[in-house]
Design a protein around this ligand. Structure first.
Ligand code: BES
Ligand code: ZN
Length: 457
């Protein structure tokens, strides 16, 4: 599908796909002052304090898709949008999750003291067999003696799939896996098709005590998994729409998104309470700012389960709506004090309308913003429909990514504010109407210079 509906004032000064990179002329382009005046209408209103407070509220508990934590986040986001004056839709969708049922271990006839977690995909069943420790379960380290036994495995270095396959290949009948060094908890593990033995996870401390016990005596373990299986769960998207001024409607739509779900057990302050807060801040400001473009602010559920919310949202759009969406801005992980620079990522690594707008807004408002190639977030389903889309994220990653340590204290107010300013200025650049007071100024952006244009991706 072609995206040709670019208003003349936007098409005018942009460097598109094949054009060579151009540097800003010196002296500055005559429209620069006008652009700054437009930018200021949005960015002067952005509050670092508000951005930070919302991350605080959202990251008090995990928001895994389908859980109460997600539901509460959804209600909060909806009520915020409504308090800014938006018509707000909560869009439910179902996805398949895993119910671990009940799993247990007994050791030499006594109940095992620690918590037992069922691997995703484990078969149901009970096996009673001698236990044998096989370390990390590299193929070459798994002895033939594990045949007919339950394998005790340490997590790490190779995939769950490989570990389990390696012990199955040697005839193991059950798996107990303990967590890797430096970790707490036992919420991990997956088995895959054809790996039909009961598999459970325990924490590191319990695992090491079993390893110890095995050094002094024979251990018979009973591993039991009951009532495990797939279940349908519900996650939600939250969508707030602002219609353009009736007499100045270009027919365009611009969407601005983030994902509100987190991984299990992670408070997701940066991933992605930060992006949600950015979306809410821009929604708050744009609610009072006339535009000639329909704006849709949205937060997606179940991103961490495979971009499910954004795929669902895109599937509900009509062809006409898809044609009218001229840009999708995705804010994900925009506030970590421990990550690198802001980068705009597109799934194909090519620049587009969104990166053009982001690059020129960045140059005006803050800094040169690099672009590169990456999927891994909710810009992908928009891209798949031919909608220009980009992910605004900092790279390299912080060490807290997807961990229980992704907490408020790692958030930089400055990073939150600067990224929201860049996205806000870019969105307003496309959404603003011709403002009479600024009518005489040339409002087309100057040529966009991507400093990193020629670097290898
Ligand atoms: N915020 C991340 C995406 C990300 C992570 C981008 C690191 C760049 C660097 C996102 O929430 C995430 O974790 N996505 C999943 C993808 C998915 C299809 C489940 C991922 O990358 O594993
Ligand atoms: Zn994320």
């Amino acid at each position: 599908m072609s995206k040709k509906a670019i208003p003349f004032m936007l098409a005018a000064g942009l460097v598109l796909g094949s054009a060579p990179a151009v540097t800003f002329a010196d002296p500055p382009a005559p429209n620069e002052q006008a652009d700054h005046a437009f930018d200021n209408k949005v960015i002067k209103k952005i509050s670092a304090e508000r951005l930070y407070e919302r991350v605080d509220l959202l990251s008090k508990q995990p928001r895994e898709a389908g859980t109460q934590g997600e539901y509460e986040a959804v209600q909060y986001i909806k009520s915020e949008f409504e308090s800014y004056g938006y018509e707000t839709e909560v869009q439910p969708f179902t996805f398949q999750a895993w119910d671990g049922g009940t799993s247990s271990i007994s050791v030499n006839g006594s109940d095992f003291a620690g918590d037992v977690h069922t691997f995703n995909g484990s078969v149901n069943g009970t096996v009673e067999a001698p236990l044998e420790y096989v370390g990390l379960a590299y193929a070459e380290d798994v002895p033939d003696t594990v045949s007919g036994k339950t394998a005790l495995i340490e997590r790490g270095e190779i995939s769950f799939y490989e570990k389990i396959q390696n012990v199955i290949d040697k005839g193991a009948v059950g798996v107990i896996m303990f967590n890797r060094e430096g970790t707490e908890g036992n919420d991990f593990g997956s088995t895959y098709e054809g790996q039909d033995i009961p598999a459970v996870a325990i924490d590191r401390e319990s695992g090491l005590s079993l390893v110890n016990q095995l050094q002094s005596e024979e251990v018979t373990a009973e591993v039991s998994v009951q009532d495990a299986g797939p279940i349908d769960q519900t996650s939600y998207n939250v969508i707030a729409t602002m219609k353009p001024h009736k007499n100045k409607d270009t027919g365009q739509i611009v969407t601005v998104g983030a994902h509100h779900d987190s991984v299990a057990g992670g408070p997701g302050a940066n991933d992605d309470a930060s992006g949600v807060s950015g979306v809410l801040e821009l929604a708050k400001i744009m609610a009072k700012t006339p535009t000639d473009t329909e704006l849709r602010f949205m937060t997606f559920g179940a991103e961490e389960k495979g971009l499910l919310g954004s795929y669902h949202y895109v599937s509900t759009l009509s062809d006409n709506e898809i044609d009218r969406i001229s840009a999708h801005f995705q804010m994900d992980m925009i506030g970590s004090r421990d990550s690198g620079d802001l980068i705009m990522f597109t799934p194909d690594g090519e620049k587009n309308m969104v990166t053009d707008l982001g690059a020129s807004a960045g140059a005006r408002v803050a800094e040169v913003v690099e672009y590169g190639q990456l999927g891994r977030s909710d810009h992908v389903p928009f891209y798949m429909e031919g909608i220009p889309a980009a992910l605004f994220i900092h790279a390299p990653l912080e060490p807290w990514y997807h961990s229980p340590q992704d907490t408020l204290d790692k958030i930089s107010k400055e990073k939150l504010k600067e990224t929201t300013e860049i996205v806000g200025a870019a969105v307003y650049r496309i959404a603003r109407p011709d403002t009479p007071a600024l009518e005489n100024a040339r409002v087309a952006p100057g040529p966009v210079h991507y400093e990193f244009d020629d670097r290898p991706l």
